[in-house]
Design a protein around this ligand. Structure first.
Ligand code: RB5
Length: 152
């Protein structure tokens, strides 16, 4: 069974209540590392938790949610090996996998509703990376990461 790590800040608590059961019903195990209360938390902390679990192979994919999806995606993308994308349409979610081999889907709980979120999740989780010329391009992204990597 594949594992999804799901992280959200305070803006995404209500949305998560509908989305985690939805992802589980698709046949995935879901690990919740997000907040479960509306008390304000810092999205970079949650983003790093999601990203580390994916980078360390403890989860196959991540889903990271903040108000816009932007802040948490920026945090996720600071972790080596992570390709996190902010999506609000199904086409982008599909191609984030097909061409970019993204491993974390981000969206904004204050931007989209639950039905759009489910469409994004479907496209993201149901689409395989196409490889070929796209693998070369993704490798070029990894090269940038290697050139700019600093020791932990
Ligand atoms: C929190 O209010 C908000 O700034 C956060 O959820 C996110 O949208 C940041 O990018």
């Amino acid at each position: 069974m594949k594992t999804i790590v799901y992280g959200n800040d305070h803006s995404g608590v209500e949305l998560k209540k509908e989305l985690i059961p939805y992802i589980e019903a698709k046949g995935y195990q879901v690990i919740n590392v997000g907040t479960d209360t509306t008390e304000s938390v810092d999205y970079p902390v949650i983003g790093e938790k999601v990203a580390n679990m994916v980078a360390e192979g403890k989860a196959d994919f991540g889903i990271a949610v903040c108000g816009t999806g932007l802040g948490i995606s920026l945090a996720c993308n600071k972790v080596n090996g992570i390709r996190a994308c902010v999506c609000s349409d199904a086409y982008t979610a599909k191609y984030s996998r097909l061409h970019n081999n993204c491993n974390i889907l981000c969206f904004g709980a204050r931007v989209i509703g639950p039905e759009t979120a489910k469409m994004l999740i479907d496209e993201f989780l149901d689409t395989e990376f196409e490889g070929g010329r796209h693998a070369r391009r993704v490798d070029l992204i990894t090269d940038i990461e290697r050139r700019n990597r600093t020791a932990k």
